[in-house]
Design a protein around this ligand. Structure first.
Ligand SMILES: Nc1ncnc2c1ncn2[C@@H]1O[C@H](COP(=O)(O)OP(=O)(O)OP(=O)(O)O)[C@@H](O)[C@H]1O
Ligand SMILES: [Mg+2]
Length: 252
């Protein structure tokens, strides 16, 4: 019997074992040399990935309001590819455009008129325009719920994270009960975003301020969120009114 010396290279699996393994695989119709199949039929494009985070009702949303379309064009136009400066020419192409600073929108008007749908449509349009969009959407009442102190969660960190997200949809502002604490959270969020020109889509059922057209029995956004927040909103947002009928009723 010839003994292998320690220095001789040894196969990881002995020839006999390898032959048995090959026979078993062949019996099951498996070719070990075949390329590994991915779990998904093809790589998931950005739009599809964004799509999964959009509520089911708005997955086919399309921004067709002229003011919202204009906003999408402005934001997409201001998006820049990272590393496109002259400092790093050896880095090759600039990469995918990321959305940067830009104006915000306040979509306000009747219940069911399509504000939230337009907002999700805008997010989808930006993704479809080839922009890398890190976005977050939250209803104001849910935000306040998430901000309540609880063990194991650093709510300060959470608020800072949401404040810094490149694109934020703050849905249904003024829909819940107002309180000093809610006001403070909203103020901190919007003040940071306003000061840093981070694009924000805000929706609300309430008219921003009282005018002669406003029903005197209805509250306005200023009553609900206070002057300081309204001032921030006026500084950073273009108001867009939705005065159409409630589409939920129409659908029913
Ligand atoms: N252009 C549209 N085409 C088809 N369906 C629409 C359109 N606009 C809105 N809808 C549908 O109508 C319903 C109400 O729209 P949406 O939720 O956007 O209204 P809203 O103005 O945000 O209402 P609320 O003030 O109650 O939050 C949704 O089911 C939405 O999918
Ligand atoms: Mg809505």
């Amino acid at each position: 019997m010839t003994r292998a010396r320690l220095a001789d290279p040894q196969p990881a699996v002995s020839d006999r074992l390898q032959a048995r393994l090959a026979a078993r695989l062949a019996a099951r119709g498996i070719d070990p040399a075949a390329p590994v199949l991915a779990d998904t039929p093809e790589p998931i494009p950005a739009l599809e990935a964004a799509q999964r985070r959009i509520p089911y009702d708005y997955r086919d949303a399309f921004a067709d309001h002229p003011a919202v379309m204009a906003w999408v064009r402005t934001i997409a136009g201001a998006a820049t590819a990272p590393h496109t400066d002259d400092h790093n020419p050896h880095w090759g192409s600039g990469g995918r455009r990321v959305i940067a600073r830009g104006p915000s929108l306040l979509l306000w008007g009747n219940t069911g008129a399509g504000k939230t749908r337009q907002a999700y449509g805008a997010i989808r349009s930006l993704t479809a325009a080839g922009c890398a969009v890190r976005w977050h959407a939250v209803k104001a009442v849910d935000l306040f719920g998430q901000m309540r102190q609880r063990s194991g969660v650093d709510v300060e960190w959470l608020l800072r994270d949401i404040a810094r997200v490149p694109l934020l949809l703050l849905d249904d502002l003024g829909a819940g009960k107002s309180s000093e604490w809610n006001e403070e959270i909203t103020f901190r969020l919007l003040a940071w975003r306003g000061e840093n020109h981070l694009p924000t889509l805000v929706t609300t059922n309430l008219a921003p301020i009282r005018t002669e057209r406003t029903d005197p029995r209805q509250p306005v956004l200023r009553d609900k969120v206070g002057d300081r927040i309204l001032s921030r909103l006026s500084g950073m947002c273009t108001p867009v009114e939705f005065d159409g009928p409630d589409r939920r009723f129409q659908r029913a």
